[in-house]
Design a protein around this ligand. Structure first.
Ligand code: PMV
Length: 313
C-alpha cells in the first residue's frame, strides 16, 4: 500500500516579529536542517473515520476522534479533508516525526501542520498548490495561536526566505550575499500565544508607546530587506541589536536571552536578537569569521545548543 510523505522545515524570523501582528513587515527564512515529517498510509480493513495519529516524539498515539476538535493534529487532518466529520475519511495512520524543538520560536507548529496537510491531502488524492497548503496551515495556526500574523505558514510552506506584511502579496527575498547565523537555544520554552497576548495587553495599556516601537521595527525590517537584497550583510548586525532593544521594550525578552545576546556580541557577533515569540526560545546571532568563538561563548553563557545556519536564496 503506498504511503504519502511530506516534510516542512523550521524557520527563524530575522526581523519584525510581534510588529508583524500589527501590520508591519517582517523577514523570515527556512532552516532546512530541522524538519517535521508526516507519513499517511491507508489501513486496509479499517472502518471509515478510524484515523490513527502517532506522534512518538510527544508520546501521542490516539484516534483523531478521541482528540479535542481544536487539537492541532486533528485540526490539520480536518482542514486537509475539508470536513469536521471524520467519518467521511477512509481509515489511515498518520505518523508524525519532527526534529524541530517545540516552543522555541522555530515554527514547529506550522511545520507539523504543513507536513500533515500536504501528506494527508495527497492521501485523499488532492494535489494542493503551495498557497493552498499555506492557507490551510494558517487555519490550524489560528486555532492554536489565536491571532497569528501568517508569516510562519508562509515561510515553512514555500521554504524560501520571505518578506511578509499582512494583507500584501508575499515577497520572496533574493539574498545577494549569503551570511551565517548562529541559532542558540536558551533551553527555556516560550509560548507564542502567551507572548503575543502579553504584547497585546501592553499595547492596550499604552498604544502610543507600543506603536512607536512597532513603527521602528517596521523601518528596521525595510532597511534589512534593502541590505539583504543589495548590500553588505555585515550591516544587518546593528539592525538586529536595535530590533532586540525594541523587543526588550515590548517585554518579550528575558534575562537569559539578554545574557546570550551580550555574550555573543562580546565574542565578536555583529548583532544578536531573539527570534520568534520570545519569553524563551532561541536567540540568533550574526556571525563574522569568528563563528567558533561565538559558538563557544553562547554555550558558556548557558545555551543548550547552537546551530550554525547559512542564509541564502
Ligand atoms: O514563536 P513563533 O515561531 O511562532 O513566531 C511567532 C512570531 C510572532 O510575530 C510573535 C507571532 C506571529 O504570528 O507573527
Amino acid at each position: 500500500m503506498p504511503a504519502f510523505t511530506a516534510a516542512a522545515p523550521a524557520k527563524i524570523i530575522l526581523f519584525g516579529e510581534h510588529a508583524v501582528v500589527y501590520g508591519e513587515p517582517a523577514l523570515a527564512v527556512p532552516v532546512t536542517t530541522l524538519q517535521a515529517r508526516a507519513v499517511v498510509s491507508a489501513q486496509i480493513g479499517g472502518a471509515r473515520g478510524e484515523i490513527l495519529i502517532d506522534a512518538p516524539d510527544i508520546g501521542l498515539s490516539s484516534l483523531a476522534s478521541d482528540l479535542a476538535r481544536d487539537h492541532p493534529l486533528r485540526a490539520a487532518v480536518a482542514v486537509a479533508a475539508g470536513t469536521n466529520d471524520l467519518n467521511e475519511i477512509p481509515a489511515c495512520r498518520v505518523l508524525i516525526t519532527s526534529t524541530i524543538p517545540i516552543s522555541s520560536g522555530l515554527g514547529s507548529s506550522a511545520a507539523v501542520s504543513a507536513a500533515v496537510i500536504r501528506a494527508f491531502s495527497a492521501f485523499l488524492g488532492k494535489r494542493l498548490a503551495d498557497d493552498e497548503v499555506s492557507d490551510l496551515t494558517f487555519q490550524v495556526e489560528k486555532i492554536q495561536h489565536g491571532a497569528p500574523s501568517g508569516i510562519d505558514n508562509n515561510v515553512v510552506v514555500h521554504q524560501k526566505p520571505v518578506y511578509y506584511q499582512k494583507g500584501k502579496p508575499l515577497e520572496f527575498l533574493s539574498i545577494k550575499e549569503p551570511f551565517e547565523i548562529l541559532i542558540a537555544d536558551s533551553g527555556i520554552p516560550g509560548s507564542t500565544l502567551t507572548a503575543v497576548e502579553s504584547v497585546r495587553e501592553k499595547w492596550l495599556a499604552n498604544q502610543q508607546d507600543c506603536e512607536i516601537l512597532f513603527t521602528r521595527i517596521g523601518e528596521i525590517s525595510r532597511s534589512a530587506r534593502e541590505i539583504i537584497t543589495h548590500g553588505d550583510p555585515r550591516d544587518l548586525g546593528p539592525l538586529m541589536n536595535e530590533n532586540q532593544d525594541c523587543l526588550r521594550e515590548l517585554g518579550v525578552s528575558i534575562p537569559e536571552l539578554d545574557r546570550l545576546a551580550k555574550s555573543a556580541l562580546e565574542a565578536g557577533a555583529l548583532g544578536a536578537k531573539l527570534s520568534g515569540g520570545g519569553l524563551g526560545g532561541n536567540l540568533i546571532a550574526l556571525s563574522d569569521d569568528q563563528s567558533h568563538r561565538i559558538e563557544g561563548a553562547l554555550l558558556d553563557a548557558g545555551a543548550q545548543s547552537v546551530l550554525p545556519t547559512t542564509i541564502h536564496s
